[in-house]
Design a protein around this ligand. Sequence first.
Ligand code: MN
Length: 212
Amino acid sequence: MTTLTKFELKPLPYAYDALEPFIDKLTMEIHYSKHHKAYYDNFMNAIKGTEMESMGIEDIFRKISKYPMAVRNNSGGYFNHTFYWENMKAHGGGMPTGKLSEAIAKTFSSFEEFKKQFSEVGKTRFGSGWAWLCLDEKGNLFICSTPNQDNPLMDIAEKKGTPLLAIDVWEHAYYLKYQNKRADYIDAFWNVVNWEEVAKRYENALKSLGKK
Ligand code: MN
């Protein structure tokens, strides 16, 4: 087994049309098979023959400021997209349950207020980037956004944390269906959120904080 096989281009966890009508089939097909694949291929090329081939992705992110821009952009593009696909599903949406639901209500005063704040951060990210719900090292939730393909695990992030939920707000994520109306895409996103996956990430993030 070569070390490269640990970075795999995972299949999309559902069909291209699974998120219709909220995210259309053609957008998903191009986004996954062209954009995501290109980030993956370019990431593999950028780390070929370097120490990064034998490192975990989070270790690469922790030292990202030391590596070439091609690694920063493409490792982020590779990781962020996999993360985003997996926090969506057909017939998703609704509300989180259990501990995550309590933590969101406690941090943001209500689920509706959380949605409002997260949406606003996505809508106001200038240019291309991402909005995130994260857990900080003290176990508190926070919302942030990152430019380009950066993410909150990178050492250059304004505020670092463990990501729990992501939305891609690059134009390629919504332009075919929503054109310039990013806000409509973000509103639609709430109908496809996979809250079970987000809750699982939250539990895991809490557990690994406990181990530190
Ligand atoms: Mn994208």
